[in-house]
Structures are given as structure tokens and as C-alpha cells.
Design a protein around this ligand. Structure first.
Ligand code: BV8
Length: 294
């Protein structure tokens, strides 16, 4: 890929900055093979929008469908590797005295690329817990794991999911149906049951309609308000309140840089928009700023 020409002011601001905050979204993991929320879903999930499955209502109405979706996604992450964009962010952290990485992603690819103290605003796939006693669940744990879903069946609950989402959805109602299939891309799996209190184990993520973890949110908004450069990479900036962090940084006088191959709602407000995939752009920005050979 040819070296992109970056605005000199961008490189100068980044080089001089002692406080840099980075916000990442699903697009940063896209080059590792992890589908973004904008991507059309496939297999069993093809008729569901991600925002329809990522809700407490969907989990209550059809736990096996939702737990199966998260297990499918966890499998993708386990097979994936961090990409050059994750590594560039980890390198940046070694050059900036006060560096904060905020992610909306629930994978661990930033950590596996070497980033530390990652603020996961929307939780982590690797930290499921009991919805009753909130006891952490380890997939290697001895907690009873109900037999896997096996042959799939028409599931009345799915109609209820549709209904539940229709009454709750801010987005479109669930329009999918759970077809009996041995789909290679996912299956229904009943969630494990906590051996302490008997409640279901749930994914360790923040669903739509759930509050963000207070400490992570406070730390993230503080880092947005007190940085000289704010980089916003691989996010459609549609999910609140995470999407408000960029404007918080701009209002506090930061230089805001967006990295995304596609247009977003931030295009008109950020200081710089660099069009392109983060796995290509970020290593180039880091190399040019700190004279690191790529
Ligand atoms: C809450 C975990 C409050 C689950 C996720 C205003 C204020 C507060 C809330 C709201 C509000 N307005 C609306 C709400 C409600 C809601 C919301 O935002 N709804 C949306 C649909 C409008 N927000 C919430 O419910 C939040 N809760 O605020 O609670 C509250 C108050 C009182 C009482 C109770 C609660 C909780 C939101 C968290 C939801 N959970 N994830 C899971 O993962 O399954 S969100 C999930 O979707 C992701 O974490 C991520 O945040 C979001 C998807 O966004 P992106 O990461 O940007 O990904 P997306 O696919 O959209 O875009 C990818 C981008 O990458 C694209 O732009 C693409 O062009 C780009 N790209 C592609 N390839 C590349 C690339 N970029 C770079 N390089 C590439 N190679």
C-alpha cells in the first residue's frame, strides 16, 4: 500500500502530545476477520440484526439463540489474530506519556497486541458471569454446562423474541426465525447454569438498554476531556454514549482524528478524517510520527 500523505499538522500534534486518547470500534477488528455490527450476519443469525440479539430481552426470550451467537463470536475471536492496526495502537502507547485506549469491542485483540489497561466500555466476551449471583464464569470452569443445542428446532421462543423486540426495540423488530439446521456458522446452545445459585450464565457484555460500567465510562470521558489528540478508529459513531466521546474531546480543545474507510456522522466535526482501513493507516501514522520503520 503506498504511504499515505498525512496533514503535517496531524503528525506535529501527535508528536508533541503528552496526552493521547484512542477510541476503537468494530472496524479495528475487521481486518482480523471479526464481522462488524454493520456487516450483514450469516448462517443461523442471517435474519437477525446484531442490535436485535444484543439485548436482555432477546436473552430472556431465547437464551440458547443468544448464548449460541456469543459462543460463535467467541470462537471467531479465539481463531483470530490481532492485526497491524491493533499493534500500531500498542506501539503508540509506548511513545505517549499519558495514553488511554477506550474500546467498544468485546474481543481481546488489543490486549493480545500488547495494549494495557484497555477500557472496555461494552464489556468482554471472555468474562461471562451468572445473571443471578454475578459470579464470574470461566469457560474452563466446572460449572454445569447443559448439553449443546444438538439438532435445531423451530422454536416458539423465537416468535416471542420477535414480539419482545417489537415492543422494546428502538430499532427494527427481530425478523429472523430459528431454522433447524446444522449451519456451519453457529447453532443454538443453551447457556450454562450456575452451580451456586442455579441462574443462567450470561455473556459478559453490555447489552443495548443496559448501563455502561461506571468506572470505565468515567475514566473514558475524563480521558476524552483531557487529551491533546483524540483518535477515533473503526467506529460508525452510532452507539451512545460512546459516540459522544469524540465531541467531548473536541469541545475540550483536542485535535480529533478519525480513521475509517467509510463516511460517518463525525465527518463534519473532526479535525482530520483519514479515509482507509485502520490496519494500513495506523501503522503509517505511527511510523511517520515516531520515525519507526514499518
Ligand atoms: C446506555 C456489546 C443508558 C454487545 C454493544 C443516548 C444516550 C444513551 C443511550 C442511548 C442514546 N441513544 C440511544 C441509546 C440507546 C443505545 C443506543 O446507542 N442505541 C443505538 C442503536 C442508537 N445505547 C445503549 O443502550 C447503551 N446503554 O446508554 O444505557 C441507560 C440509561 C438509563 C438506564 C439504562 C441504561 C449501551 C450500548 C452498548 C451496546 N452494546 N456491544 C455485543 O457486542 O454484542 S454496542 C456494539 O455496537 C459495539 O460494542 C459497538 O459499540 C456498536 C457497533 O458500533 P461500531 O463499533 O462502530 O461498529 P459498527 O459496525 O457500527 O461500525 C464499524 C465501523 O468500522 C464502520 O464505520 C465501518 O466503516 C468501519 N470499518 C470497517 N472496516 C474498517 C473500518 N474502520 C477501519 N478499518 C477497517 N478495516
Amino acid at each position: 500500500m503506498t504511504q499515505q500523505e498525512f496533514p503535517l499538522n496531524l503528525i506535529t500534534a501527535l508528536r508533541a502530545a503528552t496526552r493521547v486518547t484512542v477510541l476503537t470500534g468494530a472496524g479495528v477488528s475487521a481486518e482480523s476477520g471479526i464481522p462488524t455490527f454493520r456487516d450483514k450476519q450469516t448462517g443461523l443469525w442471517e435474519k437477525f440484526g446484531a442490535t436485535e440479539l444484543a439485548t436482555p430481552y432477546a436473552f430472556e426470550r431465547d437464551p440458547a439463540l443468544v448464548w449460541g451467537w456469543y459462543e460463535w463470536r467467541r470462537g471467531l475471536v479465539l481463531k483470530a489474530q490481532p492485526n497491524a492496526g491493533h499493534r500500531a495502537i500498542a506501539t503508540m502507547q509506548t511513545h505517549v506519556p499519558h495514553f488511554t485506549l477506550i474500546t467498544q469491542n468485546v474481543d481481546d485483540l488489543h490486549e493480545r497486541a500488547g495494549s494495557c489497561d484497555v477500557l472496555h466500555l461494552h464489556g468482554e466476551l471472555s468474562r461471562p458471569y451468572c445473571e443471578g449471583c454475578r459470579r464470574p464464569y470461566s469457560h474452563a470452569d466446572g460449572i454445569l454446562d447443559l448439553p449443546a443445542g444438538g439438532a435445531l428446532r423451530q422454536d416458539v421462543a423465537t416468535d416471542e423474541v420477535r414480539e419482545a423486540n417489537r415492543s422494546h426495540a428502538s430499532g427494527s423488530p427481530v425478523s429472523g426465525e430459528c431454522r433447524s439446521t446444522n449451519s456451519p456458522t453457529g447453532r443454538r446452545i443453551p447457556p450454562p447454569i450456575c452451580t451456586v445459585c442455579g441462574a443462567k450464565i450470561r455473556p459478559g457484555v453490555v447489552w443495548f438498554g443496559e448501563s455502561l460500567p461506571q468506572v470505565q465510562w468515567n475514566t473514558a470521558s475524563d480521558a476524552a476531556r483531557h487529551c491533546e489528540v483524540f483518535l477515533c478508529c473503526g467506529t460508525s459513531a452510532l452507539v451512545q454514549p460512546a459516540a459522544s466521546l469524540t465531541q467531548m474531546a473536541l469541545d475540550a480543545g483536542a485535535t480529533a482524528v478519525q480513521v475509517n474507510p467509510n463516511p460517518t456522522d463525525l465527518d463534519g466535526s473532526v479535525t482530520f478524517t483519514i479515509k482507509g482501513p485502520s490496519g494500513i493507516i495506523l501503522p503509517q501514522i505511527v511510523a511517520e510520527t515516531w520515525n519507526i520503520p514499518k
